[in-house]
Ligand binder design. Structure first.
Ligand code: ZN
Length: 325
């Protein structure tokens, strides 16, 4: 027997086995590394998700619970976007109180102005009226007071000269619907018509489209508020009135209004819709009483500007801004 041959055989056989073993080992190693890598990625993802779950929202603030590792990735909350009162972002919440709260948070619905400023807004509804409105304008001019008139659209069309006179004197003109219905009882199409037709009439009369709306009878629905909101109008209500429409007596009107007067008050009175002789008689005393107490009488336009100027926008980037849904 050839020893070399035998040795070669003896040597060659282990060599072949070794090669097979190496290949098998290589494949095993590759598979192991691959599985390990996959496991590593999976584990890293799990750790990341675990850290993300530790971020919790508490009272509109983002907090990281003790023990959590800081994450370089953005957290669950985004920074607030700047307020833009004319951004239309969608329908209002179906719940009326929620819709009102939502609009108030954007200064798109006001019951009052800035509570830290000694300014008050006189507002007159249901005009223009050919008998009472000119007399109201004379009193306002005499006392150098600017006010706001929420006009009925069909009366704007009937007495455009009075509206032009109001506007020329520096007063603000607002939308009070076309025919003073209870808008809550109307169809969406009718609500739209009541609002847009009045804005059209005011714009045709003074060249400027109104930006303020007051709902007749203070009756509001989500549908109505949504329409007003999408028309770019801010709803203006009030927190001070003498119920002059009920004609309770001149002194009662004066006393009620002066008793409720405070910083940022919006006072409701009427220059149309019936006999307004008591309102006329009370107005000089109301203006005098307010001015003597140091209040400045401003338009709703001015009041809103001052409200935005003095209301601080939250600076905490983690504060959640109310959003329309
Ligand atoms: Zn009214």
């Amino acid at each position: 027997m050839n020893i070399q041959g035998t040795e070669r055989q003896n040597v060659c056989i282990p060599l072949q086995q070794t090669n097979i073993a190496r290949i098998a080992l290589t494949i095993t190693l590759m598979l192991t590394l691959g599985v390990s890598g996959l496991l590593t990625i999976t584990f890293a993802g799990w750790v990341k998700n675990t850290q993300g779950l530790r971020v919790s929202v508490d009272s509109n603030r983002s907090t990281i619970q003790p023990g959590a590792q800081p994450s370089p990735t953005p957290l669950l909350l985004s920074s607030p976007s700047p307020r833009d009162p004319y951004v239309q972002t969608g329908p209002l919440p179906q719940n009326l109180s929620q819709a009102i709260a939502n609009l108030r948070s954007q200064n798109r619905l006001l019951y009052n102005g800035n509570p830290f400023l000694p300014e008050i807004a006189l507002t007159f509804d249901d005009g223009p009226n050919p008998y009472y409105t000119p007399q109201i304008l004379n009193i306002l001019q005499k006392y150098h007071v600017k006010a706001t008139f929420f006009c009925i659209g069909r009366l704007v069309a009937a007495y455009p000269a009075l509206v032009r006179q109001e506007y020329a004197a520096g007063h603000t003109i607002g939308n009070h619907s076309w025919s003073h219905p209870n808008l809550v009882l109307l169809s969406p199409a009718s609500i739209q018509l009541q609002i847009s037709k009045t804005s059209d009439a005011i714009e045709a009369t003074i060249g400027v489209r109104p930006t303020f709306f007051r709902p007749p009878y203070e009756r509001m629905s989500v549908q109505e508020l949504t329409q007003v909101y999408h028309d770019g109008l801010t709803t203006i209500l009030w927190n001070d009135e003498g119920q002059d429409w009920a004609r309770p007596g001149v002194n009662v009107i004066i006393q009620r209004i002066l008793r409720l007067a405070r910083n940022g008050a919006i006072i409701l009175m009427h220059d149309g819709g019936g006999d307004r002789s008591q309102t006329l008689a009370a107005l000089p005393f109301i203006i005098n009483g307010l001015q003597q107490r140091g209040f400045q009488l401003v338009t709703i336009q001015q009041m809103l500007m001052d409200l935005q100027q003095h209301t601080s926008i939250p600076t905490n980037p983690n504060l959640v801004q109310p959003t329309l849904i």
